[in-house]
Design a protein around this ligand. Structure first.
Ligand SMILES: Nc1ncnc2c1ncn2[C@@H]1O[C@H](COP(=O)(O)OP(=O)(O)OP(=O)(O)O)[C@@H](O)[C@H]1O
Length: 261
């Protein structure tokens, strides 16, 4: 190579540099069927992103790849610009600050709201034994702050089992938020919520997203509109369209495979 030639950086180094999540050409096959088919998209630090798409588009598989539950057959999955997530297991990835909320709430019904948050704060996947340890003042303040964010301050000493479905979802979001993740993924957080709860959930997620990255998989278009962020449309394991909700809603291909049905 001539002495003054500029060496071309690999594409992913350039594009990944300013990303919290970078997927490039990610393929996952199940018995020859491609659940993800060269999936590529980028989430910037501090960004909130919604992922929409018909059933079977690959949304769950995508989250499984990010959290280390499923290994891709091909492709690049980088966190924070340079951490190759395909080389780490689920526990290590959770410890890096990637939180995932599954569709159904899994709070401890017999414990109070406060105790649930206390467990979440005492360490990932905390045990009951840690309840015996005294809370530091700082942790108490953190729980109080989280209670405010998830709109459950006045339910702090109610048992979680007595909460409405929507409030249980908020509590679980709070349990993840308490651990201060840098990147939070939520799977259909408003499924089964009332309209009022759905609206409040959009508000609380926008608050949470002020100082972290959030990725929301969702079908409820009114909720997606309220989140007011960039939307990525998945179809057959790849990105079909990306942009503002208005832009993807006007896309003929999106209407055909998803919205128009
Ligand atoms: N473990 C598996 N073995 C075989 N096929 C699978 C497996 N997991 C997912 N699939 C298939 O891969 C495709 C993508 O599934 P995935 O669950 O990721 O889609 P999705 O977008 O999350 O759908 P939904 O909105 O219904 O949850 C589907 O056709 C599904 O049947």
């Amino acid at each position: 190579m001539p002495e003054n030639a500029v060496q071309q950086a690999p594409r992913h180094d350039v594009l990944a540099a300013d990303s919290i999540l970078y997927l490039d050409g990610v393929t996952v096959s199940f018995d020859g069927f491609k659940a993800l088919n060269s999936l590529s998209f980028i989430v910037r630090p501090g960004e909130m992103r919604t992922i929409i798409g018909p059933n079977g588009a690959g949304k769950t598989t995508m989250m499984d790849v990010i959290t280390g539950k499923t290994r891709p057959d091909e492709g690049t999955v980088l966190y924070d610009g340079n951490v190759d997530l395909t080389k780490h297991d689920e526990a290590a990835i959770a410890n890096m600050g990637i939180g995932r909320k599954f569709q159904k709430p899994t709070v401890f019904e017999n414990l109070t709201v406060f105790e649930n948050l206390e467990l979440a704060l005492k360490g990932p996947r905390g045990t009951f034994a840690v309840l015996l340890a005294r809370l530091m003042g700082e942790q108490r303040d953190r729980i109080d702050a989280v209670l405010g964010t998830i709109r459950l301050t006045d339910r702090a000493h109610t048992s979680a089992g007595a909460l409405s479905h929507g409030q249980k979802q908020w509590l679980e979001i709070g349990m993840l938020f308490a651990q201060d993740p840098r990147f939070l993924m939520l799977d259909e957080p408003v499924a089964g919520m009332t309209d009022a709860e759905t609206e409040q959930t959009a508000e609380l997620l926008r608050e949470i997203a002020r100082d972290r990255s959030v990725l929301v998989v969702e079908h409820d278009m009114e909720f997606v509109r309220n989140l007011d962020c960039k939307v990525t449309v998945l179809h057959e394991g790849s990105v079909l369209a990306e942009g503002s909700l208005a832009k993807v809603q006007a896309d003929e291909r999106v209407i055909e495979v998803y919205l128009g049905r």
